[in-house]
Design a protein around this ligand. Structure first.
Ligand SMILES: CC(C)(COP(=O)(O)OP(=O)(O)OC[C@H]1O[C@@H](n2cnc3c(N)ncnc32)[C@H](O)[C@@H]1OP(=O)(O)O)[C@@H](O)C(=O)NCCC(=O)NCCS
Length: 378
């Protein structure tokens, strides 16, 4: 069989109309625009209207993505809907999306917290490169506000609702998905979870009294995990593609906190303006976060045909996932040739990054200690 590549050929988004600003939140909980902006970079987020459901938002984003790809729902071979906030616990929201679109293919939901869509993209690319399917819809969607405790200032200021969809198609031209990394560390489950409502602890009167149907988070632990993971996972995926961070035209990180993104840029020795950010307008939209940023990066002309993009998400699980993609067609990597200046540069940067990573890991406990001490003094 000839080589097959998995490329993104269509993209679309759906943003709910309700805007919830930091000033609105300051009327609801003990917080301020100044605190939220300086600690997270978020100014406002979107909250579903009464007409929005996870399935309706997915369909709206998907129709746009199909139009860009020049396809109809009947052309699809598979639908993957990545979300932690489905319409129902059962059946899978992917089947509602398939029905509402009028598609006639298989459909399944994928749960990997905020990393969902990146997991979904890597999964879709395997169906395509194996030759099983040619056209797959991958949706990242979240009505995370339904799991928000709007009396808990440590979580409710961070998240928002949105949907974004991508069409992934088979191509014989080199490009598309070059590498990926999927990760999980379930030992950190309690740092970001919804205690009740699953089969282990069904909803009970105690659930409601103790507000255990809402998302709980250990912010500082998730922060440390994110800072450790974002740069290191992206770098592993970049090197796996035979590239170095200098070869990446645009980084699209999970939009959880601007400080996490700035720290990743520093660790990778990449100017922060190469990291796309729309967190100020949407906050953390969980599984919709990275695809929404991708759609807006394309719409704003930040990502063009021939560009190489590295994307990374992290979240509940704990999970993380990175992909490196070449948009359009073209030369993939000089590093794969045996002798070339490109390969020499690649090996030199890889070695110096490995040394810096080791030094940074060794220093991390000291940095954390100094940061905690500074915070206590304030
Ligand atoms: C949540 C987060 C912004 C908090 O920032 P932080 O600098 O670590 O702040 P801390 O949690 O240490 O809290 C510092 C103080 O601010 C307070 N605080 C927390 N939320 C607040 C808010 N919305 N407004 C005002 N004060 C707040 C805390 O109660 C604490 O007060 P105390 O010192 O009197 O106890 C940060 O930890 C974070 O971004 N974590 C990662 C979250 C994330 O990305 N989750 C999703 C992953 S997919």
């Amino acid at each position: 069989m000839s080589e097959r590549y998995a490329k993104i050929t269509g993209w679309g988004k759906y943003i709910p109309a309700n805007v919830l600003t930091n000033h609105d939140l300051a009327q609801m909980v003990d917080t301020s625009d100044e605190w939220i902006t300086t600690r997270t970079g978020i100014k406002e987020r979107r909250i579903r209207t009464e007409n929005d459901t996870t399935s309706s938002m997915s369909v709206a984003a998907s129709l746009d993505a199909l139009a860009v790809a020049g396809l109809t729902p009947q052309d699809l071979d598979l639908i993957i809907v990545c979300t932690s906030s489905p319409d129902y616990l059962l059946p899978s929201v992917a089947s509602q999306v398939q029905d509402m679109l009028g598609a006639t293919c298989g459909a399944f939901s994928l749960v990997a917290g905020c990393s969902g869509w990146v997991y979904g993209l890597a999964t879709a690319s395997q169906f395509i490169t194996s030759g099983a399917y040619n056209r797959i819809l991958v949706v990242g969607v979240e009505i995370i506000s339904f799991a928000m405790d709007f009396t808990d200032r440590t979580t409710c200021v961070l998240f928002g609702d949105a949907a974004a969809a991508t069409v992934v198609e088979a191509s014989a031209e080199p490009g598309g998905l070059l590498s990926f990394e999927l990760g999980s560390d379930g030992s950190g489950a309690q740092y970001l979870y919804v205690p009740d409502g699953g089969s282990k602890a069904p909803i009970s009167p105690e659930t409601l009294t103790e507000r255990r149907q809402y998302l709980r988070m250990n912010g500082p632990e998730v922060f440390k995990f994110a800072v450790r993971t974002l740069a290191s996972s992206m770098k592993r995926a970049i090197y796996q593609a035979g590239l170095t961070p200098d070869d990446i035209d645009l980084f699209i990180p999970h939009q959880a906190n601007a400080r996490i993104i700035e720290s990743a840029a520093r660790q990778m020795r990449v100017p922060v303006d190469k990291f796309f950010m729309n967190i100020d307008r949407y906050g953390n939209t969980s599984a919709a976060s990275v695809p929404l940023a991708l759609v807006e990066a394309i719409e704003e002309g930040r990502l063009k045909d021939g560009d190489t993009v590295a994307m990374c998400a992290f979240g509940a699980g704990l999970t993380w996932a990175s992909v490196v993609m070449k948009m359009g067609t073209g030369e993939i990597s000089a590093a794969h040739s045996l002798f070339s200046a490109g390969r020499a540069r690649y090996l030199a940067r890889r070695t110096s990054d490995a040394m810096l990573d080791a030094a940074q890991s060794a220093m991390l406990p000291l940095y954390t200690f100094l940061y905690q001490r500074r915070k206590k003094k304030k």
